[in-house]
Design a protein around this ligand. Sequence first.
Ligand code: FAD
Length: 350
Amino acid sequence: MKILIIGQGLAGSVLAHQLFFTHQIKDFTIVDNGHYNATKVSSGIMNPVTGRRIVKTWQCETLFPLAVDFYNKIGTELNANFIEEKEIIRFFESTKEYNDFTIKSAEKAYKKYIKEEQNPKEAQLIDNNFGAGKIAGAYVINTSLFLEKSKQFFIENNNFIENNFSFNENFKVSENEIIWNNEKYDKVIFAEGYKAVENPYFGYLPFRPAKGEVYIAKIEQLPQERMIKKGIFFMPLGNHTFWVGSTYVNNDLSLEASEKGISILNEKIEKAIGNLAFSIERIDIGIRPATKDRRPFLGVHSKHKNVFIFNGFGTKGVSLSPWASEQFCDFLLNNETLNEEIDVKRFVKS
Ligand SMILES: Cc1cc2nc3c(=O)[nH]c(=O)nc-3n(C[C@H](O)[C@H](O)[C@H](O)COP(=O)(O)OP(=O)(O)OC[C@H]3O[C@@H](n4cnc5c(N)ncnc54)[C@H](O)[C@@H]3O)c2cc1C
C-alpha cells in the first residue's frame, strides 16, 4: 500500500511515525511546503486541568499516558528528548477561582492534578491578590524539535518531499488510484492544518481556525523551573527566555501580527508581571486548526474511499494526536470503527 500524506505539521508527523513504527508501513510520501505551520509556534503544553471553571481535559486519563509513551518512544527512535514533565503554577484571578480550586483539590478525581501551595517562590516576585495553586501531571513537548527531527528522519528514509501541493491537473482521484505529479498512490491523507478550509474534499467541515500570537521574551527575574499561568502563560525555554502567550482570534488568517493581538498581549503581560523587566525577542504567529465542536476531524470522504482526513486538532494537538493516530491507523488499515466523536461522519447528512 502506497500512501500520500499532505502536511508535515504535528498531525502528519505523528501519523507517519505511527504508520512507520507501529504498523511497519513504510511506503508513504509526506509533502510539505513549510509555509503555514502552527506546530512550530505551539507551546506544546499538555495541561490536565484547564479553564476558569477548572475542569479536567477531555479524556486526559486515556490521552496523556498514551502521548507520554508515544513521544518517549519516538524520541528513542530519533535520538532526541521531546517531552518533559513540568508543573504549572496557576495564579487565581478571583476569590471564586481560588474557592473552586480549593474545593476541587479535595475531590478524588482531581487530587492527583491540583494541589494548594502556600506562598510559592513565583508569588514572592509577582504581585497577586488571590493566591496560587499547583497543577501536577502536566507535560511540555518541544514541538519545533519534534518537527525538525521528524523531517530529517523522513528525508533519510525517502518519505519526504518539500513541495507545494495544489488541487490542479497534477492531482487526480479515481476509484482505484490517486495520482500526484505522475506518481501513483493507493490513498491520500490530508493533514494540512488550517489550510484544510481550502480543500475541495473537506472544506465543508466546520473548521474555526484561530490565530495565535506569541512573544518570545527575556524576563530575567522570573523563576524558570515551572510554567506560570497568570491570565497568560509563561513557559520557560531556558536561559531566562519565555514563551509568552497567546491570543486566540477567529476570522483573521493573516500570518502577520495584528495591532489588536499585540495590544492584548501587552495588556495581559502588564497585568500579570507589570513589576518585572521584560524584553521581547520576537513575535511568532500560528493558526490553529480549531473546529466548531472542539473535536478532531478524522475519517474518509463520503464518496471517495481513498481520500482521508487527519486534522482538526485545535488547541490540543500534542495530547490528542498520538491517541487519534492509533484510532486512525486501525480504521485505515484494519477497517475498525472510529470513535464517533472524532469521525467526520458526524457531519454527513444521511
Ligand atoms: C499560539 C499557539 C499555541 C498553541 N499551544 C498549544 C499547546 O500548548 N498545546 C497543544 O496541544 N496545542 C497547542 N497549539 C495547537 C497545536 O499547535 C495544533 O493543534 C497543531 O500544531 C496542529 O498541527 P497540524 O499538523 O494539524 O497543523 P500545522 O502544524 O499547521 O501543519 C500543517 C502543515 O501542512 C502544510 N501545508 C498546508 N497546506 C499545504 C499545501 N498545499 N502543500 C504543502 N504543504 C501544506 C503546512 O505548511 C504545515 O507545515 C497551539 C497553537 C498555537 C498557534
